[in-house]
Every structure is written in C-alpha cells, then in structure tokens.
Design a protein around this ligand. Structure first.
Ligand SMILES: *[C@@H]1O[C@H](CO)[C@@H](O)[C@H](O)[C@H]1NC(C)=O
Ligand SMILES: *[C@@H]1O[C@H](CO)[C@@H](O)[C@H](O)[C@H]1NC(C)=O
Ligand SMILES: *[C@@H]1O[C@H](CO)[C@@H](O)[C@H](O)[C@H]1NC(C)=O
Length: 374
C-alpha cells in the first residue's frame, strides 16, 4: 500500500516537473513520524553516464551519503530537518521537511507544500501503530472526512481550496486528537483574464484581438499552458499555445459573452476566465441608434405641437361658426324686415311721441300757469 502511494506520488503532474531538477520521494510517503520509526528517502534526477553519485543535504549541510537512497532505520530528533538532494546533472531538489513527533496520535501528510493538481495523502497514525477507528479528519477545524475502519486516504487532485491546517481524531482506548499540520497548495498559474484590444461596443468590420492572460508560478517558468477561446458555449479555438485570438473583421453575429480557458498539457489543471461581453454594432447601426434617440422625442414634440394647433384651429372654427350663425340670423330676410319694421316703428314712435306725451303737455300747461302768476 505504501509502495503504491509512493509510486502514485512520484508520478509527475502534467509534465510540470522540471526534468533538470532532482526530486525526493519518501517511502513510506509521510513527512512526519514517531521516534524509532523507519523511512527511506530516494533521489531521482539525471546522472552523468557511469556516475550514479548523489549528494544529500540536511539543513543545508552535505551529509556523508552518496547513494540515491538514504535510509533512517530508527528515527531520532537529530534526523529532523530540511532534506535536499542533487544528482550529477541536476539542479538541487525542492526541500522536504522531515519532522519527528512524540504523541498518541499523529496526522501524517505526504507533502506540506505542493503544487495544485498534485495528490495529497493523509494518515491518522497511532503511536506504536495502535489501531485507531472512527477517524475524523479536519481542515481548518471543520470535519471533512470520516473513516470508520481505515485511517488513511488520498486527495487525488488538490487545488488552492485544500490549503489550511489539518488535524485528525480517532478512537483507541478513548478519542485522541492529533496536533495540527499546515498544508500549502501553490497555484501553478492564476485564473486567466480575457481582455480585448478594443472596448465594446465595436463597429462592424473592425479588428479585435482577444488576449487570455495568466501569471505562472515563478518556480515553474517553463510550464507550457494551452489556451482555448469560447463565445458562449461555442468553441472558437481549442487548445493552442497562443494566448491571442484575432477577430479580423467583427460581424454583428460575433456579439456575445467571450471567455477563455488555460490548461496544463494533460488537462489536469484547467482554469476558466470571467466572461467578457462584446457588442458589435452594424454599420448602419450608429445612424439607427441616433434615429431612435431622436425619433421618439421628435415625434412627441410634433404630437404636442399638433394637438396645440388642432385646438387652436378647432376654437377658431367654432368662433367662426358662431359668427356665421349670427350673420345668418341677422341676414334672415323675414327677421330683418320685421326687425327693420320694428326699428322703424320704434323710431317713428320716438319721433312722434314728444307731441303726444303728457309731460310736454304739462310743461305747455305749466308755462301759461307761470305766465299767469307773473
Ligand atoms: C535541522 O533544523 C531543524 C529545525 O529547522 C532542527 O530541528 C534540526 O535539529 C536540525 N537538524 C540538524 C541535524 O541540524
Ligand atoms: C492585433 O494583433 C495583430 C498582430 O498581432 C496586430 O497587427 C494588430 O495591430 C492588432 N490589432 C489591434 C486592434 O490591436
Ligand atoms: C448553446 O447556447 C444556445 C443559446 O445560448 C442554446 O440554444 C444551446 O442549446 C446551447 N447549446 C449547448 C450544447 O449547450
């Protein structure tokens, strides 16, 4: 079982392993152990022909071993520390921290620092190999795995979500709890961001360059990523090493949500960009946009002016109608005649009346009276 895990763990992830760098594998795979336990370190890397010599370093100091295999048969506190190895043609390996703990229960991990996509094995290990059951695993204080009869399992593909402090608890004589172990999963490359050389909306016929950008982990500058470009659910271009995608002459049908994907060669790690909305306007479109912008207010104004004019005209018409009616009434021949007659009569009466009227008679009568008195 341990051998199998060791083999599993030594499988390079996505061809991301630098072939010029040496690499340490552990057997059993755990980076921590109880005192008196046994462990073997293996160093893999390119050698000069006929020379398999290997250099080992503990805490930066060379140790007296020149074989690819370094064995610790009964671990003690002095075996703890940072191990590195180097072969004839290799760069020094990444370090492995080996820890020796004295406890009832030990949470063992295959790596404390790893790249996303690599596997991580965990084991809840009892002192002197005592059986533990009903094992609970915790990440950042929260249980995430329960194993009734086993005490070991593997996260096959880690991501940055697996960062954190792990510990475990298990039943023996009673429930024991381990100390915490910090695990760091490094991001090989950041999630890509899709950008366009022009801002949306674009005019039909313009050239647009899309760019899918990510940042590689500094320790893996040679990592080759593959980029895919999509419009909605349509693949524009799948898996190419170019981070650019060109739209030579945008058409209105090219409008939509663009996104890209960056992946390792084996597709083990695949990250998607946020969507980028692009709108392509037809050539007549700006005019039609302006037309729409101006059409409705213009129509509104015309309507208001129209209504106003209509009311004016209507009122004027009504006035004219009344006037006409009056004229008509006035020009009614019979009425005119009668009214003229009436008018005449009235005038006649007015003219005649002074002689007939009494007051005048009275004054006439009065005068002689006055004269009589004088
Ligand atoms: C190596 O360093 C660790 C601390 O990082 C220490 O515990 C250990 O004893 C050192 N080992 C040797 C052999 O100096
Ligand atoms: C797009 O890229 C091509 C070639 O890389 C370049 O010639 C062109 O000017 C770019 N266009 C824009 C709009 O950036
Ligand atoms: C792709 O998207 C279109 C419209 O958004 C939808 O009608 C179609 O069913 C989708 N196809 C798939 C395979 O999801």
């Amino acid at each position: 079982m341990c051998l199998l895990i060791a083999v599993l763990l030594s499988v390079p992830v996505g061809g991301q392993v630098d072939p010029t760098q040496a690499r340490i594998t552990l057997q059993p795979p755990w980076t921590s152990m109880f005192p008196e336990e046994t462990i073997t370190l293996w160093c893999e890397g390119p050698h000069l022909p006929g020379d398999s010599s290997t250099q080992w370093f503990l805490n930066g100091t060379a140790i007296q071993t020149s074989t690819p295999r370094y064995s610790i048969s009964s671990a003690s506190a002095s075996d703890a520390g940072e191990y590195r190895c180097q072969t004839g043609l290799s760069e020094p390996s990444d370090p492995i921290q080996l820890e020796i703990h004295r406890d009832w229960l030990l949470l063992q991990v295959s790596r404390r620092v790893l790249m996303e996509g690599e596997s991580l094995a965990l084991r809840c290990h009892g002192w002197k190999n005592k059986l533990v059951y009903n094992v609970l695993f915790y990440q950042n204080g929260k249980t995430f795995k329960f194993l009734p009869w086993n005490s070991e399992f593997t996260i096959l593909k880690t991501s940055v979500n697996h960062n954190g402090i792990y510990h475990c608890s298990g039943m023996g004589w009673h429930r024991y709890t381990s100390a915490g172990v910090s695990v760091t999963v490094k991001e090989l490359f950041t999630p890509p961001v899709l950008t366009a050389s022009l801002v949306s909306p674009l005019l039909e016929g313009t050239q647009v360059n899309l760019s899918c950008e990510t940042t590689l982990l500094p320790q893996r500058p040679a990592l080759q990523l593959y980029f895919s470009f999509f419009l909605g659910n349509k693949t524009l271009r799948a898996r190419s090493t170019s981070t650019k995608y060109q739209i030579l002459a945008a058409r209105r049908e090219d409008s939509g949500s663009y996104w890209c994907e960056a992946a390792t060669e084996d597709g083990n790690i695949l990250k998607r960009s946020p969507e980028l909305e692009l709108q392509v306007l037809g050539l007549q479109s700006p005019i039609s946009v302006w037309f729409k912008v101006l059409y409705y207010p213009a129509m509104g104004i015309i309507f208001i002016v129209d209504t106003f004019l209509c009311t004016l005209v209507h009122r004027e018409l009504q006035r004219k109608k009344k006037w006409n009616l009056e004229i008509c009434l006035d020009s009614d021949p019979w009425k005119k005649v009668t009214s003229d007659l009436q008018k005449d009569r009235y005038l006649e009466g007015k003219l005649k009346s002074p002689e007939q009227e009494q007051p005048q008679e009275k004054t006439h009568q009065k005068k002689p009276q006055e004269g009589e008195q004088q």
